[in-house]
Design a protein around this ligand. Structure first.
Ligand code: GLU
Length: 256
């Protein structure tokens, strides 16, 4: 009898522990482990890239460090996990990362799967071609081959604007830009931010005039959380807007 009672009590304790763990939201997790796990890009300079010293660097990285400082008291309490446009949503829904800070646009279709903070930057979709190309506008992409990164909004926007464009997809920006250099497409379409990073480091390319979308970069978080993390991130971003931090970061990374 004593044994059975003991077993019941142990099971109850285990159940309580499990329930408590399940209830722990991402914000609690961050505070308890004193560390943020952030999914970032490693090939999308000047937003998320690896610098000459082999360290994560860029506008998104600075935003992530600022948030780490606010939540844990030090910008060093952060672990960066590389994500691509195609892997980032699963990285956050699976719990592999606490948040995604990776040139990610806050879109209606993505809001079905994850939650977003308020935007911290607005980019626009453009395209890059070789200098000698005869393509000058998006209309010229009709029946041409355009390179995009899979899982990005760029593909959907391009299909909407130029339904006859031939589209070829790559997993990473590194591969996509290499494909453009190798002549595997007539153009590469993405956000002006990411393209400006490529143009700064590569001669012989130009950007098309005009933007076909507004891309509102926001931090992606798990939807099952209560709104505590979202509210906290929103208030940190509002603070960054009001105290000039976002303006300073734009200047630091030569963004408009
Ligand atoms: N901002 C766009 C997106 O969220 C394109 C850049 C990217 O691939 O991250 O899809």
């Amino acid at each position: 009898m004593k044994k059975i009672l003991c077993l019941i009590i142990m099971s109850l304790l285990l159940l309580t522990a499990c329930t408590k763990k399940e209830k722990e939201n991402t914000l609690d997790k961050i505070i308890n482990r004193n560390l943020i796990i952030a999914g970032v890009k490693q090939d999308a300079g000047p937003f998320g890239h690896i610098n000459e010293k082999g360290q994560y660097d860029g506008f998104d990285i600075d935003v992530a460090k600022y948030i780490a400082n606010k939540l844990t008291g030090s910008e060093k309490n952060i672990k960066f996990v590389p994500v691509t446009s195609n892997t980032r949503i699963e990285a956050v829904t699976s719990g592999e990362v606490d948040m995604i800070i990776a040139t990610m646009s806050n879109t209606e279709s993505r809001r079905y799967i994850i939650d977003f903070s308020i935007p911290y930057y607005t980019a626009g979709q453009t395209a890059v071609v070789k200098n000698k190309s005869k393509i000058y506008s998006f209309a010229d992409l009709k029946d041409k081959t355009t390179i995009v990164v899979m899982g990005s909004t760029s593909e959907q926007n391009l299909r909407r604007v130029i339904p006859t464009a031939r589209i070829v997809g790559y997993s990473t920006y590194k591969e996509a830009f290499q494909a453009l250099k190798d002549g595997k497409g007539d153009a590469l379409s993405s956000d002006d931010t990411i393209i400006s990073g490529f143009i700064a480091k590569n001669k012989g390319f130009r950007v098309l005039k005009g933007r076909i979308s507004a891309e509102h970069y926001s931090i992606g978080i798990k939807q099952t959380d209560d709104k505590l993390l979202k509210e906290t991130l929103d208030s940190i971003i509002t603070g960054m807007k009001n105290n000039g931090t976002l303006k300073e970061l734009k200047k630091k990374w030569s963004l408009v």
